[in-house]
Ligand binder design. Structure first.
Ligand SMILES: O=C(O)CCC(=O)C(=O)O
Length: 201
């Protein structure tokens, strides 16, 4: 079965997006990292965005989690911390799948709430150039509008995706992963000390 890419409007209002942007200095976000197999979070050329988990503004993020729970028919308790990512010109995230299929990374997921059954990306900007979300196995590129949530199930290989290189402007998104069970991993809100991520996110 091939995965379906869903678009849900109204994940965030313009005012809520403004509040999120105000709460973070986008120029000061640390480089995004990926999890080395069985090791620490490391920087890799195929992931050149900046950012990581956030917990502010708390009320807005809680509202977002509640809305995404309703949209996806899951619960906020299953959600990992929200991640804030910013991509400037030349930045991208190469091809990857959000749920590792084997190895130590998969084991860590099983210990903290089970697999990432759903991924969601919420667009905080849409006035950049480039930077689409490409699903090569589906032959589909998504350019989400501001405030929309793009979400999909990670059941099979066709959920592989990449954030294409931004060519002008700034692309800012929130990313949220939903586990099969209650998420029990680290909050890891300290930007730049991402230890919970695995399989490249
Ligand atoms: O930037 C995006 O749109 C996607 C981010 C992503 O694929 C991830 O964090 O796993």
């Amino acid at each position: 079965m091939r995965c379906t890419i869903n678009q849900a409007p109204g994940a965030l209002t313009a005012h809520e997006i403004h509040q999120i942007m105000q709460a973070h200095d986008l120029d000061q976000l640390p480089p995004s990292t990926v999890q080395a197999p069985g090791g620490p979070a490391v920087r890799r050329p195929y992931r050149s965005s900046s950012g990581g988990p956030i917990d502010q503004p708390r009320l807005v993020l809680n509202r977002l989690r509640a809305r995404l729970a309703a949209i996806t028919n899951q619960t906020p308790a299953q959600m990992e911390p929200v991640q804030l990512l910013a991509y400037g010109p030349g930045q991208k995230y190469g091809l990857h799948h959000d749920q590792p299929q084997a190895g130590p990374a998969q084991q860590r997921f099983l210990e903290t709430g089970g697999p990432r059954i759903i991924s969601a990306v919420v667009a905080l900007t849409d006035d950049h150039q480039g930077g689409g979300l490409l699903f090569p196995d589906l032959d589909q590129v998504v350019h989400p509008r501001v405030g929309y949530a793009t979400w999909w199930h990670n059941d099979d290989r066709s959920a592989r995706h990449q954030a294409l290189t931004v060519t002008a402007g700034l692309r800012v998104v929130l990313v949220l992963f939903i586990r099969a069970g209650k998420y029990t991993g680290a909050a890891d809100y300290e930007l730049g000390t991402r230890s919970m991520a695995a399989g490249g996110s």
